[in-house]
Structure formats: structure tokens, C-alpha cells
Design a binder for this molecule. Structure first.
Ligand SMILES: CC(C)(COP(=O)(O)OP(=O)(O)OC[C@H]1O[C@@H](n2cnc3c(N)ncnc32)[C@H](O)[C@@H]1OP(=O)(O)O)[C@@H](O)C(=O)NCCC(=O)NCCS
Length: 150
């Protein structure tokens, strides 16, 4: 498994990866309405727009996309690992990759908004809960951050 940067030609497969993961993994913690709302954020059109402002990385094996993570300034976004490949340390490698990049960019503190689904994962990787909020149409999310200088 390698981690590489997103290319325009990945758009359709990346959209499918995020939507399939939301529909199978996040549905356990969120309502159908919330999940549908999230899927609307992960269309090919939106990914192409987002890719111009954030750095998107992909976990790839034999040219198949298995996972993704993005960094927008000091904010981690959109970490997804295909359900079939979860539990194989792909998420861990993606988070370490983004932390290395953040350090190279002299970012001292990384922030994120965790799903209920991913909260335990981020906690395990040193992210601390700042607050919880209810986002209209989605539900509970947990704001977390990690000081990279420690
Ligand atoms: C969260 C997610 C990215 C984790 O990816 P993953 O590849 O399955 O995780 P890993 O295999 O790298 O796990 C690394 C470690 O974290 C632990 N872990 C993983 N998910 C966990 C969770 N939800 N709660 C607690 N610990 C968790 C693993 O047990 C493993 O521990 P170990 O190193 O002691 O064995 C993945 O489950 C996912 O895509 N979830 C749905 C989408 C989502 O909610 N994304 C986040 C949006 S904010």
C-alpha cells in the first residue's frame, strides 16, 4: 500500500469510495437523512472544486483506491477507508502521513471535526476533544485537536 496525491483522474473512484464508506460505516451512527446530506458533499463535481483548495491524499494498492484523507490549512478532513479494508492500519498510515506533511509545513496544531464513528480512532491517535456540536441536517460531531510540537 502506498500513499500518493490525488489526481484529476481519481475523481470518480474517490467519490464512490467516500459515498460507499458513508453508506456502510457512518450509517451506524447517523440518520439516513444525515448520511444522504453527507453524500451530497462527496460528488465528483464537489471533489474537483475542493481539490483546488485542499491537499487530498490517497491510499492505493495495485491502482485501487482503499482510503483517503485531506488537509486544508491546519484542518484534517475527509478521512475514509473502504469498509472492507478497515482495521488493516490504513487509517493510521494516512493520519501519520498528514501529520508528517503538517510538520513540514510548520503547522503546530492540527484540528478536525470527527464523526461519532471515527471519534475513538482519533482519540487513540492523540487528538483531544475540544467540544461537541450538533450540525443541522447531520447531527453530532466532535471538534478535536492535536499539538504536534509535543
Ligand atoms: C475511522 C477510519 C478512517 C479508521 O480507519 P482504519 O483503517 O479502519 O483504522 P486502522 O486500522 O488504521 O486503526 C488503527 C488503530 O485505531 C483503532 N481504531 C480504529 N477505529 C477505531 C474506532 N472507531 N474507535 C477506537 N479505535 C479505533 C484500531 O483498533 C487500531 O488500533 P491498534 O493500532 O491498537 O490495533 C475508518 O474506520 C473509517 O473510514 N470510518 C468511517 C468514515 C469516517 O467516519 N471517517 C471520519 C470522518 S471524520
Amino acid at each position: 500500500m502506498t500513499i500518493r496525491k490525488f489526481k484529476k483522474s481519481d475523481t470518480t473512484e474517490l467519490s464512490k469510495l467516500m459515498i460507499d464508506t458513508v453508506l456502510e460505516s457512518n450509517i451506524k451512527d447517523y440518520t439516513k437523512e444525515a448520511v444522504n446530506h453527507l453524500c451530497e458533499e462527496y460528488t465528483s463535481e464537489k471533489i474537483l472544486i475542493d481539490s483546488k483548495k485542499m491537499s487530498i491524499f490517497l491510499a492505493v494498492e495495485e491502482s485501487k483506491l482503499l482510503g483517503t484523507i485531506a488537509l486544508d490549512d491546519d484542518l484534517i478532513l475527509r478521512m475514509f477507508v473502504l469498509p472492507k479494508y478497515q482495521g488493516k492500519k490504513i487509517g493510521k498510515k494516512l493520519v501519520h502521513h498528514i501529520e508528517d506533511i503538517a510538520r513540514k509545513r510548520a503547522i503546530e496544531k492540527l484540528k478536525l471535526r470527527a464523526s461519532i464513528t471515527a471519534y475513538g480512532f482519533y482519540k487513540k491517535h492523540g487528538y483531544k476533544k475540544i467540544k461537541e456540536t450538533d450540525i443541522k441536517g447531520i447531527g453530532k460531531i466532535i471538534w478535536m485537536e492535536k499539538d504536534l510540537s509535543i
